[in-house]
Design a binder for this molecule. Structure first.
Ligand SMILES: N[C@@H](CCOP(=O)(O)O)C(=O)O
Length: 777
């Protein structure tokens, strides 16, 4: 051992401490020794030690002439150094772990047969050894546990990735995160201990140690998303980090670095940090392969980036590489006649271009439920939950996170998605309480979406299938739809994203300016037709029968496969608890069936045990379903739809009437209607509570108001109102309402702007009036 012995009493090893004790004794006896006197004393101390027979042999090989209060010594210590039992030290970090309390409680409860002091003493003795054992097993092998988990993860990632494997991957990643947390506590504890032991005793030693560690652990290059590395070298200091962040985190990982680790576990993080290895030091600094890993500056460790997407790959290619699109469980779906006789064997591949059954009826997408049922409800819930909010292609989408239930056979490579879905479920606290006396009212904001309406959910599916068919060289020259504004906006955007021509038929002057400009901006071929939606729908059906233009209206049952995911999402957002009521505005009536189908699948596959009751809400000016419902679903008669502020549901001959009736009959459903005044008041009143809804959502809220008044919906019923489009698409109707320019409408909740002269007195006057009025309220 080479050491520098400070005769004023500083040292570090056990042997030297023993020597120091004797030196101090000597000092007390003989006064403060001078350096030269000290050398003699030291030699005799060594002899004393020898004679004391402490179980080890100590000898001084060389002593320099002291030039300061430090003397260089070569001290040999051999034999067993018995420093006595290691003192028990209670670690603060233990208290942060819930299992620690179990250990403590167990030890406190086991000794109940002696006197209280005996019990306490026995408990403490046992606690001491139990905590030691627990600490060793729990914190002692984290490094190996991390290694094991990582290698399990690597093998899983290297093999074909099935859905079960994905769940396993997720679990392992979560385990690794937990281990990192433990590791962090462990090293925080150790850093504190080191500080107490070393820093207070030897500040210089501590700082030189820290400087060494800082140099060794500093970041010398940062790899960006494109795989390029920025090197930060400073000749004077060796290696220096230019970024604002200092690399202290590398010494003992902080919460921030843990969060970054978490980030990099689940998704490629924009920047990977590479730390140079200076030596195979015995540093206790933990080695975090996902975040910070030692690697040579010149030859980066390839394993460092094994979980990151290579720089020249995008998320779609990454999915391809990881076989994320493989349908290893053989899930499948086909078209069958809607509500078909179970004995019918009529069916079509989803790759066929077919919109009607042989008898001219509607079609439905039927999934192989037996294949899906091989996995229980818990499996599906876990799988769907694991995909929320990621950027993994294509599961980051609320629709494609349920891919197995939507289009199981499509290759992820063919999917056209804007990561739609995952829309906000808004707790309408104030509106619910003040307007309806309800405390569990929710608004599912499907309009907070890529093109501002729920149509995105269906359109991603339809355009993806078209994309696939075109890749399979099927002769599809474009995709067309008739629209009241939202379908055309969604179709145009998704087609533009995929480079597929979109053709939209719009009724002149019947859609909002915002809705009209959407397909125009997205490059669709826009036909403004002098008819209503029903006229446009009739025309597009005829045209698509003649030309190889794929029909994108919800007559095409593919659309509903995407739309049904909104229902699954609601359940998911309630942690798989079923609401009592779901209220959906209805026009062409595909959506009410889509909601039914989503809820029904969740029940059939064991994710939930019941269905909510459905309510379909129509504008009184376009109410064919309401009239049909009132007639007890006898003969359906289409109507001439009159102008309504809820222009997107101004439809008199809904394509999906049979689907809607089926959905309502099988969910103990109700149909309600709303006059123009009711729907506009409901919209304005909801807006005054902080929403900004579309008139169609106003129709749904009017239905709710009526059902609350009649007592059908109870004050504690958990109720979800589906908001179908973004309010910003319908600003003109709001402007008309708030400027009270709608004939025969009192506009009770209008809040028109006040014109005021731009001088202090005038502004004060109007404010005084306003504020005193406010106080009276
Ligand atoms: N409200 C729709 C009308 C068309 O309905 P769809 O279900 O066939 O898309 C629209 O926004 O165009």
């Amino acid at each position: 051992m080479l050491t520098s012995w400070n005769y004023r009493g500083m040292g570090s090893s056990e042997a030297i401490r023993s020597v120091l004790a004797l030196v101090k004794k000597l000092s007390l006896e003989g006064g403060n020794p001078t350096p030269s006197k000290y050398i003699d004393d030291f030699v005799s101390l060594i002899e004393e030690l020898e004679m004391a027979d402490l179980g080890y042999h100590v000898s001084v090989d060389h002593v320099t002439t002291p030039s300061s209060d430090h003397v260089a010594l070569a001290v040999y210590v051999s034999g067993k150094v018995d420093s006595g039992p290691k003192p028990f030290r209670f670690h603060e970090m233990w208290t942060k772990d819930p299992y620690c309390m179990d250990v403590i409680q167990h030890c406190c409860q086991t000794h109940v047969h002696g006197s209280p002091s005996f019990n306490m003493n026995s408990g403490l003795v046992e606690l001491q050894s139990s905590l030691r054992v627990w600490n060793k097993t729990y914190f002692g092998n984290i490094f190996f546990q991390i290694k094991e988990a990582e290698s399990a993860l690597s093998s899983l990632l290297a093999g074909p990735v099935s859905d079960l494997v994905m769940v396993e991957i997720k679990n392992i990643k979560e385990d690794i995160l937990e281990l990192y947390k433990k590791d962090e506590s462990n090293w925080n504890q150790h850093s504190n201990t080191s500080m107490v032991l070393e820093a207070d005793n030897n500040i210089k030693f501590f700082h030189s140690n820290v400087s060494f560690r800082r140099r060794r652990n500093s970041i010398d290059k940062i790899q960006n998303e494109a795989g390029h590395t920025n090197v930060f070298c400073d000749k004077n200091r060796g290696i220096q980090l230019k970024e604002k962040q200092k690399p202290h985190a590398a010494l003992f990982p902080s919460q921030a670095t843990q969060n970054m680790a978490a980030c990099s576990l689940f998704q490629p993080s924009p920047t990977s940090l590479l730390i140079p290895t200076k030596s195979k030091s015995k540093s206790k600094s933990p080695n975090h392969p996902f975040l910070i890993k030692a690697c040579s500056t010149n030859s980066p460790d390839p394993s460092l980036i094994k979980h990151r997407r290579p720089a020249d790959q995008n998320i779609r290619e990454e999915a391809r590489h990881n076989h994320l699109s493989s349908n290893t469980h053989g899930f499948s779906a086909k078209y069958v006649p809607f509500n078909a006789d179970p004995t019918s064997d009529e069916s079509y591949s989803l790759d066929e271009i077919v919109y009607r059954s042989r008898s001219g009826g509607l079609l439905d997408v039927q999934h192989d439920m037996e294949a899906l049922k091989k996995f229980d409800g818990q499996y599906w819930k876990t799988l769907f939950d694991s995909r929320i909010g990621k950027t993994t292609w294509p599961y980051g989408s609320g629709v494609w996170s349920k891919k197995e239930w939507v289009l199981p056979e499509i290759d992820s490579d063919h999917i056209v998605s804007a990561f739609e879905g995952n829309s906000n479920l808004f707790w309408a606290e104030r509106y619910g309480k003040e307007t309806l006396g309800m405390n569990d009212l929710w608004v599912k904001h499907c309009g907070i979406s890529h093109t501002g309406s729920f149509k995105d959910l269906g359109m991603t599916v339809l355009v993806s299938q078209v994309n696939r068919l075109r890749k399979l060289n099927r002769p599809i020259v474009g995709v067309g739809c008739a629209s009241t504004g939202d379908t055309s906006a969604a179709l145009s955007a998704y087609c533009a994203a995929a480079g597929i021509p979109a053709i939209v038929f719009l009724p002149t002057d019947r859609i909002s300016m915002a809705q009209l400009v959407q397909p125009i901006a997205n490059g669709a071929f826009v036909l403004s037709l002098d008819t209503d939606f029903d006229g446009c729908m009739q025309l597009i059906r005829e045209i698509t029968a003649e030309l190889p233009i794929y029909l994108a209206n919800s007559l095409n049952s593919l659309r509903l496969e995407g739309q049904k995911t909104a229902a699954i999402e609601i359940l998911q957002q309630f942690d798989w608890e079923v609401p009592d009521w779901v209220i959906v505005p209805g026009g062409n009536l595909g959506n009410i069936y889509a909601f039914y189908k989503g809820f029904h699948m969740c029940k059939e596959l064991g994710l939930v045990d019941r269905m909510p009751r459905l309510v379909c809400a129509q504008a009184a000016n376009a109410n064919p379903l309401y009239l049909h419902y009132k007639s007890g679903y006898s003969d359906f008669k289409s109507v001439k739809a009159n102008a309504t502020f809820a222009s997107a549901i101004q439809i008199g001959d809904p394509v999906s009437i049979d689907r809607a009736v089926y959905a309502l009959q099988n969910s103990n459903g109700i149909v309600e209607e709303a006059t123009e005044e009711e729907l506009m008041d409901a919209m304005a009143q909801a807006d005054l509570s902080g929403m900004f809804i579309c008139p169609h959502t106003g129709v749904a809220l009017s239905a709710l108001i009526k059902l609350r008044k009649s007592g059908v919906i109870g004050c504690n019923d958990r109720t979800v109102v589906v908001s179908t489009a973004h309010g910003l698409k319908f600003t003109q109707s709001k402007v008309d309402y708030h400027s009270k320019s709608i004939p025969d409408m009192s506009c009770r909740f209008a809040n028109p702007p006040v014109q005021v002269k731009a001088d202090f007195g005038s502004v004060m006057d109007v404010l005084k009036t306003y504020l005193s009025r406010d106080q009276k309220h």
